[in-house]
Design a protein. Sequence first.
Length: 314
Amino acid sequence: MEKPRTFLTVCMNPTLQKTLVFSRLIPGKVNRTAVHRIDVSGKGINVTRVLTQLKRDAIHLTGLGGPLGPLFLRLCEQDRLALRWVESGSPIRFCYTLLTEEGAGHRVTELVEEGEPVAPGTEEKLLGAYGELLPLVKTVIISGAKARGYTDALVPEMVRLARAQEKRIILDIRGKDLRQSMVHGPDIIKPNLFEFAGTFAPEFKGLGELSGDEQGVRDRIASLALELAARYGGEIILSRGTLPLWYTCRGVFTEAPVEKQRTLNSTGSGDAFTAGLAAALDGGLSLSDAIAEGMRCGSLNAGLLKPGVIEETV
């Protein structure tokens, strides 16, 4: 029997993250490094790890399969993460972060494996576990793209069930999952700018159309974000990397500056932001103060080698 907790994090695409550090990478050559690590990861795991480091009570829900499941569970135990999982029949994928020295920091290159489809029946098992956990928590955080094999109905149904039980809902998702979930009134959505534009503004057909005329882009995004916030009742937070973050707050579209810093590994910084934001909102802080806390956590993560942390760990 699970105990009551504050946060339930959900991610349906678990990952083992390999981080490798090089002084430089030479294409077409053998590149060796003695600085490398492996961590349990994925957006939801990263959120859970930072919430745990913030001394907040969180449990993560996912599907696991394949021969690497025991390693995933052992790494979760090392990080003191509470986990509820169902058998997915899908081997856990690897993702890779390549860090190369550049100026005072590092250039971050991500290599992402696409996972295998989950087995039939996984969705029903996951929804069953979700239904058992939902009454025990106050906030639900759903992050990342789901693995293949889950239906388009899954994420919106999770949001609907959470809204029916009056939970705070924070979504870091995109595309059809986000569009179809909006009708159920999530409290916060926080895609990055490109994900938001790709989901709600199809007139932006490529990354280039979001650069150049920044005021024109800002005006269009502001109008769309305010319209969506008014229609569905939540707030919208749009990260933009090192550029000021854009967000809605009670009918106003505004921004928060990003403090420049030395970056060691930015992988998981968005997830650290989500965790800091969620913890601050649960603590009764205003949206602007919660965003400041999220940015603090994201900044701490970027200065550390391990992804999805705000303090040094093993």
